[in-house]
Ligand binder design. Structure first.
Ligand code: GDP
Ligand code: MG
Length: 702
C-alpha cells in the first residue's frame, strides 16, 4: 500500500487548503471460514507480524485495525507518541499506552480477546480497536473477522453459525467496504462460504475480491489452475492466489520479507504462467488499484469545489485592487471617480441605484417639494395672530389721533410679522439639503468607490474636504435664504397684480356683507354721520388703497367713516375720561387703566376692521409664500448643490493632489494589505491543489 502514500499525502495538502473532508478510503474486511488464512492475508498486506494466527479458532473478536500514516521524521514528535521506533500501536481499550513492539501488540490482542470472550473458544462481537502509526502505511482501515464456523465448540453457543454470520454481515454490508473473500485452496471453491456471504451484500461483485490461500497445501496431483483462471467461480474484481506462512513458519518466526520471497519462488515454479498475477504483492497492488479508483472517483467533486473556491478568491482578490504602482495617477483616478460618483448620485445617474431609500438628488427633490413645500403650506397666514392682536395693532398704529381709516401701517407691520415666519422653515430646508449632501459622501464611499476603503487616509481626507466645502457653502446659502425673506420684508408691494385683484374682490365682498348687515340692523345707520372722508386716505398703499377702493361703491353714507371712525374713536375714547352714558359697560375708567387685550365682544366696526386686515394679510402672505416656496429651492440649488457639484473635483484636486501627500494618502490599511496577501496565498494554494488533482488523475501506479 505504500504506493498510495504520495498520492494520499498530496491529496492531504489539497484537503488542507480547501478544508474539504478527507476522502474516506474504503475499509477492507476479510471474510472466510475458520483457519482459511484471513488473519495471515491481512498481516502480509500490512507487512508486519502483529495478528494472532493459528489453527482452530483464533480470531474471536472483530479487530478493527486502523492504519495511520505519520511522516517519518514526525514519529517522535507526534502527539500520539512513538517514543522508540518509527512505528507504534495503540489500543482503544488501553487508552494512551504505546506499543512499539509488535509481539506485545499481538499478545495484547490475545489478552483482550480472552478478557471478553473467555479462554474457551468463545466469540464476541465487541470489536478490538487498534491503531498502527507508521510512515509506511496509508490511512486505511482493515477489519479482521472471526471465521465462519458450523459446529459449536467449547463455550460457543448452539447458534454460533448464525451469530458469526450476523457479525460478519454487520461489517461488510457497509458499501464503502472492500471484501476480501478468503478461501483455502485445499477446499472446494464451489462450496466457498466466503464468496457466499460476500454475495449476500455485494451481489454484483463490485467490491468483492477473492483470495485463495494455501496454494502450497494442495494435494499431490492437484493444482489450482482452474480456480485461479476463474473457471470455477468467476469473480468480477479478480481472484488472487497467495501463499502465507505455515504454522511451522510462524513457529520459526519466519519474516514477512522471506515469506514473500518464497511465495514468489513457489508461484514461479508451480504456476509460471500465472505468477505475475498472483501472490501477496499482486494482491496488494490490486487493492491499491481499487483504492486508487475510489480516490479518482472522488476527484471530480473535489476539483469542482476547488474551482469554485478559486473563482471566489479571485474575485475577492480583484476587489482588493492591485497594489499601487503609479501613486499620482491612482490618486487622481480615485479623486476623479469619487467626484464623478458624487455628482452622479445627485444627478441620479449613479451606477449603484439605491433601492432601500431615497438618496442623493431624489432626496433633495423630496426635501424641496415634500418636506419644505408641505411645511410652508402648513404655515397659517394668520398663525399667532389673534383678533385682539390685530385690533391692538390697529390702535397702536393710529397713535394718539383718532383715525378715520384703518391705518395702513398696521397692515404692513402685521404682514411683515407673518412673512418673517417663513424664514425658519426656509433655513431648515437649507439644513436638510446640507445634511443630505453630507450623507451622499458616505453613500459614495460605501457603494460606488469601494477602492477608497483600501486607503483609509485618503478616504478620510476626501470626506474632510467635501465636508468643509459643504460647511463653507452653508453660511452663504443661509445668507441668501435669509435675504430672500428680507427682500420680501423690505417692500410690501401692494400693487402686486395678484394682491390688487384680491383686494378688489374682497372689498366688494365686504361691501356686500356690510350692506346686508345694514339691512338687518337699520338702527345702526343713524350712527354714521360724517360721510365722504374716504378718499382723503393716504397714498395708494395698504389699507388706504383698499379704503379708497371702497369709497366709490360706498356712496354718500360710506360706512367707513361712519362706523369705522366713530367706533375707532370710541375705542380710543375708552382711555379718555368719558364716563358718559355710553360707558356703563366699562364701568369706572381709570386714567391709568390701559386696555388689556381680553376676550370681549367686538363691535361691528372692530370686527370689520379686523376682517379687512386679516383678509389683506392672508392674501399678501400667500403671494409671498409662493415666492419663497419657489425661490428657496432655487437658491439652495445655486448656492449649495450646484456650487459644490461644480467645484468638488477642483477642490479635491487642489487640496489633495500634492506630491508631499501622496505617500501618506495612499497608505493602505494594514488590514487590507494582510487580506490581499491571504487571498493571494489561498489562490495560489488552490491553483496548486488543482494541479495536484490533475496529476493524480494521470497517475498510473503500474
Ligand atoms: P484465520 O483463522 O482465517 O485467521 O486463519 P489464520 O491466518 O489464523 O491461519 C490459520 C492457519 O493456517 C495458521 O496456522 C497459518 O499458519 C496457516 N496458513 C494460513 N495460510 C497459509 C498458507 O497459505 N499456507 C500454509 N502452509 N499455511 C497457511
Ligand atoms: Mg484469524
Amino acid at each position: 500500500m505504500e504506493a498510495l502514500i504520495p498520492v494520499i499525502n498530496k491529496l492531504q495538502d489539497v484537503f488542507n487548503t480547501v478544508g474539504a473532508d478527507i476522502i474516506q478510503l474504503p475499509q477492507i474486511a476479510v471474510v472466510g471460514t475458520q483457519s482459511s488464512g484471513k488473519s495471515s492475508v491481512l498481516e502480509s498486506l500490512v507487512g508486519r507480524d502483529l495478528l494472532p494466527r493459528g489453527t482452530g479458532v483464533v480470531t474471536r473478536r472483530p479487530l478493527i485495525l486502523q492504519l495511520v500514516h505519520v511522516e517519518p521524521g514526525d514519529a517522535r514528535k507526534h502527539e500520539d507518541g512513538g517514543r522508540e521506533g518509527e512505528e507504534w500501536g495503540k489500543f482503544l481499550h488501553t487508552k494512551n499506552q504505546i506499543f512499539s513492539d509488535f509481539d506485545e501488540i499481538r499478545q495484547e490482542i490475545e489478552n483482550e480477546t480472552e478478557r471478553i470472550s473467555g479462554t474457551n473458544k468463545g466469540i464476541s462481537d465487541d470489536p478490538i480497536h487498534l491503531k498502527i502509526f507508521s510512515p509506511h502505511v496509508v490511512n486505511l482501515t482493515l477489519v479482521d473477522l472471526p471465521g465462519i464456523t458450523k459446529v459449536p465448540v467449547g463455550d460457543q453457543p448452539n447458534d454460533i453459525e448464525v451469530q458469526i454470520k450476523d457479525l460478519i454481515l454487520k461489517h461488510i454490508s457497509n458499501p464503502n467496504c472492500i471484501i476480501l473473500a478468503v478461501s483455502a485452496a485445499n477446499t472446494d471453491m464451489a462450496t466457498s462460504e466466503a464468496l457466499k456471504v460476500a454475495r449476500e451484500v455485494d451481489p454484483d461483485g463490485r467490491r468483492t475480491l477473492a483470495v485463495v490461500t494455501k496454494l502450497d497445501l494442495m494435494d499431490a496431483g492437484t493444482d489450482a489452475m482452474d480456480v485461479l483462471m476463474g473457471r470455477v467461480i468467476p469473480v468480477k474484481l479478480g481472484l488472487i492466489g497467495v501463499v502465507n506462512r505455515s504454522q511451522l513458519d510462524i513457529n520459526n518466526k519466519k519474516s514477512v520479507a522471506d515469506a514473500i520471497r518464497d511465495e514468489h519462488a513457489f508461484l514461479q515454479k508451480k504456476y509460471p504462467s500465472l505468477a505475475s498475477r498472483n501472490g501477496t504483492k499482486y494482491l496488494a497492488r490490486t487493492l491499491n488499484r481499487l483504492l486508487m479508483h475510489h480516490i479518482r472517483d472522488c476527484l471530480p467533486e473535489l476539483k469542482a469545489r476547488i474551482n469554485v473556491l478559486a473563482s471566489q478568491y479571485q474575485s475577492l482578490l480583484s476587489s482588493y485592487g492591485e497594489p499601487v504602482e503609479d501613486q499620482s495617477s491612482t490618486l487622481l483616478q480615485l479623486i476623479t471617480k469619487f467626484a464623478a460618483e458624487y455628482c452622479n448620485t445627485i444627478e441620479g445617474t449613479a451606477k449603484y441605484i439605491e433601492t432601500a431609500e431615497l438618496c442623493g438628488g431624489a432626496r433633495i427633490c423630496y426635501i424641496f417639494h415634500e418636506t419644505f413645500g408641505r411645511t410652508l403650506e402648513s404655515v397659517d397666514p394668520l398663525g399667532g395672530l389673534g383678533t385682539i392682536d390685530i385690533l391692538t395693532a390697529i390702535r397702536n398704529a393710529t397713535g394718539p389721533r383718532p383715525s378715520l381709516f384703518v391705518p395702513e401701517i398696521s397692515f404692513e407691520l402685521l404682514v411683515k410679522k407673518q412673512v418673517k415666519r417663513l424664514e425658519e422653515p426656509s433655513l431648515r430646508c437649507v439644513e436638510l439639503v446640507h445634511e443630505e449632501m453630507q450623507r451622499i459622501i458616505q453613500h459614495c464611499s460605501n457603494y460606488s468607490t469601494q477602492e477608497l476603503q483600501r486607503f483609509p487616509k485618503l478616504h478620510e481626507a476626501i470626506v474632510e474636504v467635501v465636508t468643509s466645502l459643504l460647511r463653507k457653502r452653508l453660511p452663504v446659502t443661509n445668507d441668501m435664504v435669509h435675504n430672500l425673506v428680507a427682500i420680501e420684508l423690505a417692500y410690501i408691494n401692494t400693487k402686486h397684480p395678484d394682491f390688487a385683484d384680491a383686494c378688489g374682490i374682497m372689498n366688494n365682498n365686504i361691501e356686500e356683507e356690510r350692506r346686508n348687515r345694514m339691512r338687518e340692523l337699520p338702527s345702526a345707520v343713524p350712527r354714521d354721520k360724517s360721510a365722504g372722508r374716504g378718499p382723503a386716505g393716504e397714498p395708494p398703499a395698504g389699507g388706504a388703497d383698499m379704503e379708497g377702493a371702497k369709497a366709490p361703491s360706498a356712496g354718500p353714507q360710506g360706512e367707513q367713516d361712519g362706523t369705522g371712525n366713530w367706533r375707532g374713536m370710541l375705542k380710543k375714547g375708552d382711555e379718555a375720561p368719558s364716563s358718559g352714558p355710553g360707558s356703563p359697560l366699562r364701568g369706572a375708567v381709570n386714567l391709568l387703566d390701559v386696555p388689556v387685550p381680553a376676550a370681549r365682544k367686538l363691535s361691528s366696526r372692530e370686527q370689520r376692521d379686523c376682517e379687512v386686515i386679516e383678509r389683506l394679510i392672508k392674501s399678501y402672505f400667500l403671494i409671498v409664500r409662493k415666492n419663497i416656496q419657489d425661490s428657496v429651492p432655487k437658491a439652495v440649488m445655486h448656492f449649495l448643490v450646484n456650487h459644490v457639484k461644480d467645484s468638488l473635483q477642483s477642490e479635491l484636486v487642489g487640496q489633495l493632489y500634492k506630491l508631499g501627500l501622496l505617500n501618506e494618502l495612499l497608505t493602505e490599511s494594514e488590514d487590507m494589505a494582510q487580506r490581499r496577501k491571504e487571498a493571494a496565498d489561498m489562490l495560489q494554494a488552490l491553483q496548486k491543489a488543482s494541479q495536484v488533482i490533475a496529476e493524480i488523475r494521470e497517475t498510473h501506479l503500474w
